[in-house]
Design a protein around this ligand. Structure first.
Ligand code: AMP
Length: 121
């Protein structure tokens, strides 16, 4: 059996985190090692390993993706970066350098972001 991820431990209140939003399906926390002034993580409570795991699962809770995106967009608005812009990404697998094997979406903003890995850079 896969051991519980750090995010499951946060969801279960076994590890502290700065929680910005929570409902029965998702949680949003501040990233502990922020890469930008605003760096939040939208996490599914169900421990999907990553996007691919959710998309290939039998119950296919694709509405969770909509909920994660709309919640992060709303928090971006609340953080005052709706107009200045923000990036939403998910790292899926080794080449993307996914570190935590539990589906999460990064929200980054608050300054001009690094374009190093941008496809049009
Ligand atoms: P990745 O799996 O590469 O998409 O990124 C995992 C992210 O989780 C990184 O940005 C980490 O800084 C972040 N992270 C790891 N542990 C914690 C934690 N205990 N609290 C908040 N963020 C964390």
């Amino acid at each position: 059996m896969t051991p519980p991820s750090i995010f499951t431990k946060i969801i279960n209140r076994e590890v502290p985190a700065d929680i910005l939003f929570e409902n029965e399906r998702i949680i949003v926390i501040k990233d502990i090692k922020a890469d930008a002034p605003i760096h939040y993580l939208g996490i599914t409570k169900h421990p999907y390993l990553n996007l691919d795991d959710l998309l290939t699962s039998s119950n296919q809770e694709k509405e969770l993706l909509w909920e994660l995106f709309t919640t992060l967009a709303s928090l971006a608005d609340q953080a005052g970066i709706k107009e200045s812009g923000y990036r939403i990404i998910t790292n899926n697998g080794p080449d993307a350098r996914q570190v935590v094997p539990h589906l999460h979406i990064h929200l980054l903003g608050g300054e001009p972001l690094n374009i190093q890995d941008h496809p049009q850079a």
